[in-house]
Design a binder for this molecule. Structure first.
Ligand SMILES: [Zn+2]
Length: 257
């Protein structure tokens, strides 16, 4: 089995990154970067986030979960009307390597319907989990896969100052930065509050004002050369199974899958 994995890996190295790579950032000499917000829309926090972005005249990209978008179509529309980009983050946030190909396609298509007519063909896999097949399937469905080069680690209970520093110490031209305007699933209820993330973002935008311009993912890509990586990752099943969420009991994975 291990030699097979090695062979597949070797074969991968000669397949152009363009075909199987995943966009993590953009190479550009312009002082631009992209803020991305996953797991929404959230009835409480997404409108507050829109206020912060408006205050700083900033555009962002929202990777929405279909099930949440279906429940809050008014917020989906509000995000689009404000000039932000909307991408696909699956129907109900499963780890793609742990479900079947058929289910993966259903997940992407169901989310696509929920965010229509505003969604763009941008896909971010839940948990950042991906295998080669799920990566290829996204292409076959006409999607670009967008990961990130920088995160604020805002799914735990870090304070705003810490999160702001995470980003500010590492931001570069072309960075794609991951935040969450909602947590579709979480390990602890106290992580749900997006207040610290919103404060971190407000501080960040104040501090980098004039140094960086934040644009949507399509705009960022148009200003440089997308950088791609072999992004293959699956979150530990025990970690995934130890979660709760506001949309009922989350999926439980078994080792057999
Ligand atoms: Zn997510």
């Amino acid at each position: 089995m291990h030699s097979l994995i090695r062979k597949v890996y070797k074969a991968l190295r000669v397949v152009p990154l363009f075909a199987v790579g995943t966009i993590t950032n953009v190479s550009t000499s312009n002082p631009v970067a992209a803020l991305t917000f996953d797991d929404g829309p959230d009835p409480v926090f997404t409108p507050l986030l829109l206020d912060v972005l408006k205050k700083h005249r900033t555009k962002a990209t929202f990777f929405m979960v279909g099930k949440a978008a279906e429940r809050h179509p008014d917020i989906v529309k509000e995000v689009a009307v404000a000039g932000h980009a909307i991408g696909n983050h699956s129907w109900d946030h499963p780890s793609f390597p742990l479900i079947t190909g058929r289910e993966r396609r259903t997940q992407i298509e169901a989310c696509e319907k929920a965010i229509a007519p505003y969604g763009q063909r941008l896909f971010r896999p839940p948990y950042g989990d991906q295998n080669l097949l799920s990566r290829l399937e996204a292409s076959w469905l006409g999607y670009q896969v967008i990961m990130y080069s920088l995160t604020a680690v805002d799914w735990l209970d870090h304070d705003a100052e810490w999160m702001k520093n995470q980003v500010i110490s590492r931001i570069q031209n072309g960075s794609i930065i991951l935040f969450h305007d909602s947590l579709f699933q979480y390990r602890d209820n106290r992580y749900v509050d997006r207040g610290p993330m919103l404060n971190a973002l407000d501080m960040l935008l104040t501090e980098v004002s004039g140094r960086f311009i934040f644009v949507t993912i399509p705009e960022l890509i148009s200003q440089g050369r997308p950088q791609r990586a072999y992004w293959i990752k699956t979150t530990d099943i025990n970690i995934l199974n130890d979660r709760s969420g506001p949309y009922g009991e989350p999926r439980r994975y078994s080792k057999a899958q």
